[in-house]
Design a binder for this molecule. Structure first.
Ligand code: PRP
Ligand code: URA
Length: 214
């Protein structure tokens, strides 16, 4: 099955997101601008990912009268970045949902095998009752995202969405097949992976570009 056949895959088509992703790719984009763009894209994608947040009617006093008006239901939210690069997206989503709790899943890819290795995990309490937004700019082989979602589900997470900025078709297919109940919000689908499992054309190493490391 190709990624386009999965019902849980949502690829962004907004021109603002497309433009910002193109700026992100440029070698000439420095650390500070890169971080800013990641944050802005996360806000725009978050707006789409939170489109189905439930509303309830609340009595509101306007200067003229009282009226029943829709407000976000007191639903619990958690944002869970996959370290390190996912950290760059947290503030962008928090701009929309300032009361969300934040968990962390630390994974790094082995440079030879490309398999993810876990080094730190901490989730907010009542994870089973929360909408969990997992964020990571890059979905390459899909190994890290699958491991992160496995971990959250093992700890009781039931209502999960995944957001990334750039994805390879290989990674989308692996993740969508492993977690068909999780909606995947994707900024852009790139061409393929290279021999080192880097995304082409991609943007290089997202963690290094966000944190100015090599
Ligand atoms: C990057 C990226 C993802 C992962 C994607 O992290 O942020 O977590 O690779 O690759 P995959 O889909 O093949 O698993 P990396 O392991 O480089 O760690 P970093 O964020 O600390 O740089
Ligand atoms: N991780 C990155 O940061 N970039 C890629 O292209 C693949 C994995």
């Amino acid at each position: 099955m190709q990624y386009k056949d999965y019902k849980n895959v949502i690829v962004m088509d907004h021109p603002l997101i497309k433009h910002k992703i193109s700026q992100l790719r440029k070698t000439s984009t420095g650390t500070s601008e890169f971080r800013q763009l990641v944050e802005e894209i996360a806000t725009l994608e978050g707006y789409e990912a939170l489109r189905d947040l439930p509303l309830v009617e609340e009595e509101i006093q306007t200067p003229l009268e009282t009226a029943m008006c829709p407000v976000i239901d007191g639903k619990k939210l958690a944002i869970v970045p996959i370290l390190r690069a996912g950290l760059g997206m947290v503030s962008g989503v928090m701009a929309l949902t300032p009361l969300a709790k934040v968990g962390h899943i630390g994974l790094y890819r082995d440079p030879e095998t490309h398999e993810p290795h876990e080094y730190y995990c901490k989730l907010p309490e009542f994870i089973d009752q929360r909408l969990v937004l997992v964020v990571d700019p890059m979905l390459a082989t899909g190994g890290s995202a699958v491991a992160a979602l496995d971990f959250i589900k093992e700890h009781g997470g039931k209502n999960i969405k995944f957001m990334c900025i750039i994805a390879a078709p290989e990674g989308i297919e692996r993740l969508a097949a492993a977690h068909p109940d999780v909606e995947l919000y994707i900024g852009n689908v790139d061409r393929c992976l290279n021999d080192h499992a880097y995304i082409l054309p991609g943007l290089g190493d997202a963690g290094d570009r966000i944190f100015g490391t090599k």
